[in-house]
Design a protein around this ligand. Structure first.
Ligand SMILES: Cc1cc2nc3c(=O)[nH]c(=O)nc-3n(C[C@H](O)[C@H](O)[C@H](O)COP(=O)(O)O)c2cc1C
Length: 196
């Protein structure tokens, strides 16, 4: 089934897309009372698990921390800049880790690409399940790698906040303004070098 844009932050697409792709966006206001069940978390990770990867090596690892846990506080404390100001209301923070080398030091050149794809699967599944996600690159990776005792070769690439959308008015400015601003993308003409 395909849908056109209906919600205020839905994508205004130039071609029909499936609903979760139209409806997905990255909120910063999360409902601070919403929680994820074990089944919710399992479904999200299962979506990531079934992503394709080079040689099916599945070079992705995750740390999942629900709000209220010690790990959540550790991860939240390592967020940088304005990310700390909003991410505390998310139901969970997921640390996305690429296995750049295996345990014998052998490189996995597509690890970051594969991890990104697994996270994309997770975000689409989350959207389908009535959840939202917001990925972050602003965090202190060295601090987190030490806190979670990650072996060499495992690199933290991003962190995903997951939860139910909250009230934009709960955000401080300028985040509140950004939360309701129109979303945009480059035109396809600019992205496609050639299409025969
Ligand atoms: C790898 C990556 C890093 C990002 N880092 C941050 C971040 O540190 N803080 C933040 O608020 N948003 C961050 N974002 C969210 C993007 O700004 C957002 O996805 C983009 O503006 C498009 O908006 P949309 O997801 O609502 O379509 C990041 C997204 C990705 C994929």
């Amino acid at each position: 089934m395909t849908l056109t844009a209906t919600g205020p932050r839905h994508a205004d697409t130039d071609a029909p897309l499936i609903a979760p792709l139209i409806e997905r966006w990255s909120p910063r206001a999360y409902d601070p009372t919403a929680e994820l069940t074990d089944a919710d978390v399992r479904t999200l990770l299962e979506a990531a698990r079934w992503a394709p990867s080079a040689m099916n090596l599945q070079p992705w690892r995750f740390i999942v921390a629900r709000r209220g846990s010690e790990s959540f506080t550790l991860i939240h404390d390592a967020l940088m800049g304005f990310n700390q100001a909003w991410a505390d209301s998310a139901a969970a923070l997921i640390v996305n880790i690429a296995e750049l080398t295996d345990e014998d030091g052998k490189p996995r050149p597509w690890a970051k690409y594969d991890l990104g794809q697994a996270v994309a699967h997770l975000t689409v599944q989350a959207q389908h399940d009535g959840l939202h996600t917001h990925q972050m690159g602003g965090f202190d990776g060295a601090r987190l790698a030490e806190a979670f005792d990650l072996r060499e070769g495992l690199e933290i690439v991003s962190i995903t906040a997951v939860g139910k959308v909250g009230d934009a008015s709960s955000l401080p400015e300028p985040l509140r303004e950004r939360e309701v601003a129109p979303r945009s993308r480059k035109p396809l003409d600019e992205l496609v070098i050639t299409a025969a």
